[in-house]
Design a protein around this ligand. Structure first.
Ligand SMILES: C[S@@+](CC[C@H](N)C(=O)[O-])C[C@H]1O[C@@H](n2cnc3c(N)ncnc32)[C@H](O)[C@@H]1O
Length: 276
């Protein structure tokens, strides 16, 4: 499911990530991010692996890879403020020489070509925000070394409620709104979808907020803004993603049921870089 861009603007992802780190960064979230990364990969550490973070956002998951002892780490993002925020976390880690951060576009074939291939390519919640999701999947897959892993998360068309079109319309309005209108839409979201229009569901909402923190180290409000604003935006059918990669990748693990389906693939053959 694809939609035309409602405006020429992209959502300001980087501002949301900068605010996340300013207001919510903690050692606890840092540990949670590393724990979640390793547990989905089924590993105790990333020793012996390198890590390419496509669309690093806050940089928390690159930092998690650093904490998990990945060898070479490279983080890039399209949004300059995401790049700056990731660089701040690199600084916090002591500016390690094995970790580089820069501006880059997953749709820029020449840029990607220069990066070579990696034993672990990670792109969580990014490829569906590029405006050309299948090309972005192709380009990310092309960075995986033979035998290497591809860990991606994509908004799933299989679980979205009430409908993909409903959310595309909401996003259109959110991106066109001023700051106070956006704030009202965030409250509306919490009331309707966080609480299900029932104040007695507050304990469940508090549990959800806690689980977000424990899960990937994220914050509920940062994710609400990212969900309402994130644009461009596409949804992917889970089966279609597996089918798209099946000639070159084995599916190792899949986690469904949340807004983003997480996929872990292993590259079974040399992925020929493709320009399309
Ligand atoms: C929803 S955030 C996810 C951030 C991070 N991966 C995480 O899991 O927290 C999406 C990120 O993808 C970045 N992005 C969007 N289009 C991109 C592109 N064409 N190339 C690289 N990054 C892109 C955005 O700037 C944003 O920081």
């Amino acid at each position: 499911m694809t939609a035309e861009n409602p405006s020429s603007d992209r959502y300001e992802f980087g501002a949301n990530w900068a605010s996340f780190i300013d207001n919510h960064y903690s050692a606890e979230r840092r540990r949670a991010a590393a724990h979640k990364l390793l547990s989905f990969l089924g590993k105790d550490s990333l020793e012996g692996m390198d890590f390419l973070d496509i669309g690093s956002g806050s940089g928390l998951h690159s930092l998690a890879a650093f904490d998990a002892k990945a060898g070479r780490i490279h983080s890039f993002d399209f949004d300059p403020l995401s790049v700056r925020t990731t660089a701040r976390l690199r600084q916090l880690a002591g500016e390690p020489s094995n970790w580089t951060v820069e501006h880059g576009d997953v749709l820029d074939f020449d840029y990607l070509d220069k990066l070579g291939t990696w034993s672990l390519v990670y792109s969580w919640g990014v490829l569906h925000h590029t405006g050309a999701m299948w090309q972005a999947i192709e380009n990310a897959a092309g960075r995986v070394a033979p035998g290497g892993l591809l860990f991606i998360a994509l908004y799933s068309s299989n679980v979205v409620k009430p409908s993909a079109q409903f959310w595309l319309d909401v996003k259109r309005r959110y991106n066109a709104a001023n700051a106070s209108q956006r704030r009202r839409m965030e409250y509306w979201y919490i009331w309707r979808f966080g609480l299900g229009q029932n104040p007695l569901r507050l304990p469940q909402l508090l549990r959800q907020i806690y689980e977000k923190k424990k899960g990937r180290g994220m914050s509920y409000m940062t994710d609400v803004r990212d969900w309402l604003g994130g644009w461009p935006m596409e949804f992917a059918d889970d089966r279609a993603v597996v089918d798209y990669l099946k000639n070159r990748f084995d599916l190792v693990r899949i986690s469904t049921g949340e807004a983003c389906t997480e996929f872990l693939f292993r590259c079974t053959s040399e992925v020929k870089a493709r320009r399309s």
